[in-house]
Write a protein that binds this ligand. Structure first.
Ligand code: C2O
Ligand code: CU
Length: 445
């Protein structure tokens, strides 16, 4: 992935052709390139002017996932960019450094457009990572890894034909792309390496670890740094989530990042479709090259992240349930039995919640039948509890997307405004669920 670093940037959504497999390939979409988009490195505490040109023959949108900006520049389903037109949002970034991403968000078409390639990564950078003792050389010791699964047909074209199980479970590929390539390998210096992981898959959840069980040191969750690195052996990353870890390669030993099977196996894998992963598979093998400059040799003790305060103030509490259709049989017979939130399938014309600016709420989010990554636009939140227990380490920092398996309670403050014409979304980030109606919208005024 190329990186741009500027106070203004331009993305052109365009058609291209990519041959991933050597079998010929086919049409793919990207921003400024044939598949995916450049990594945007944007300064924290400053405003950046964006220009997005849509040269495709259908409408798209560009949602800045994780950005704390007002509804009118959020890039959700109400801010579509018609074919042949240009959008000029100004992105005023007041938030702390974090790894975010951008992707299309046209209601009903998000899954297909993201599969085609309309996605990219954003680094919000305050210029102080060097002082934090963190790796800062993009592509050398600071690696951005976009995890996406795909299926290819016999000509090597991306196959996004959705079977009934794909509609229900979300699309599951049988091969993994890392940064838009098959068989991606990394070569790193003999030192501490930072991995910025994004799960940009439509539906697959990756339980990640190193095959030799070496430690990873978690430094950041979706919305920014922890106050200190925390050693972990495994990390579950769900669609839409970002995690940053440091990995110690100072011993010079190669390592392999692997994933075990997607834990969302409703009905005992019977509905797994073409999914390969009965067991674990390789995500990225890392080789060590001692000739590369190793700048950081120790895990820093302190990161200076300001964690949520953990305090449950007296605030309004709301129940949010993520509703699946009743079952496959029901789904085939009754097309109005849809994905929904609190019993209602998404409607562009209906505002589901009207909140006041500055309000703080507890949302008790419940999943049913399978795990759902729950995302809220325009905010960062604190996980208060997972199924009544203290949150896991990976949910201990600021988040904008959380995997719900049972019930998750989040504490969230609404600081960014969003009017009726440009409301914020909350939804499941399994894109087939989102496109199927497991989404709702709110205003903040
Ligand atoms: Cu990553 Cu509403 O989206
Ligand atoms: Cu879902």
């Amino acid at each position: 992935l190329d990186a741009t670093r500027d106070r203004h940037f331009r993305l052109t959504a365009q058609k291209g052709k990519t041959d991933f497999t050597g079998l010929g390939g086919g049409e793919t979409w990207g921003f400024n390139q044939s598949f995916l988009g450049p990594t945007l490195r944007l300064p924290a505490g400053a405003s950046t002017q964006a220009q997005i040109d849509n040269t495709l023959s259908e409408k798209i949108s560009v949602h800045w996932h994780g950005m704390l900006i007002p509804g009118e520049v959020d890039g959700g389903p109400h801010q579509t960019i018609e074919p042949g037109t240009t959008w000029f949002p100004e992105l005023d970034l007041t938030q702390p450094p974090a790894t975010l991403w951008y992707h299309s968000h046209v209601h009903g078409d998000t899954g297909r457009q993201v599969q085609r390639g309309l996605a990219g990564v954003i680094h919000v950078d305050d210029g102080r990572d060097d002082a934090r003792g963190l790796p800062i050389s993009y592509g050398v010791d600071d690696l951005t890894l976009v995890l996406q699964d795909r299926r290819f047909d016999r000509q090597g074209r991306i196959d996004y034909g959705l079977s009934m199980p794909d509609q229900m479970m979300g699309f599951m590929g049988n091969v993994i792309l890392v940064n838009g390539q098959l068989g991606t390998q990394a070569v790193v210096p003999r030192g501490i390496v930072r991995l910025r992981l994004l799960n940009g898959s439509n539906a697959r959840i990756y339980p990640l670890s190193f095959s030799d069980r070496r430690e990873m040191h978690l430094i950041a969750t979706d919305s920014g740094y922890l106050n200190q690195p925390v050693a972990i052996e495994s990390l579950v990353i769900a669609p839409g989530e970002r995690y940053e870890v440091l990995v110690d390669f100072s011993g010079g030993e190669a390592g392999t990042l692997v994933s075990s099977a997607n834990p969302n196996q409703m009905m005992g894998g019977m509905m797994g479709g073409a999914s390969t992963a009965g067991g674990s598979f390789v995500v990225v093998p890392f080789g060590v090259d001692a000739r590369l400059p190793a700048r950081i040799l120790e895990i820093p003790a302190d990161l200076g992240g300001v964690l949520p305060d953990g305090e449950a103030r007296s605030v309004n509490t709301r129940q949010i349930t993520l509703d699946m259709p009743m079952g496959m049989g029901m789904m085939m017979r009754r097309s109005n039995d849809r994905f929904a939130i609190n019993g209602q399938s998404f409607d562009m014309g209906r505002i589901d919640l009207s909140l006041s600016k500055g309000a703080t709420e507890i949302w008790q989010v419940s999943s049913n039948m399978m795990m759902h990554p729950f995302h809220v636009h325009g905010v960062r939140f604190q996980v208060l509890a997972e199924n009544g227990k203290k949150p896991s380490i990976q949910n201990s920092g600021w988040k904008d997307t959380v995997l719900v398996n049972g019930r998750v309670d989040i504490l969230v403050s609404f600081e960014q405004t969003a009017d009726r014409a440009n409301p914020f979304m909350y939804h499941c980030h399994i894109l087939e669920h989102e496109d199927g109606g497991m989404m709702a919208q709110f205003t903040v005024t």
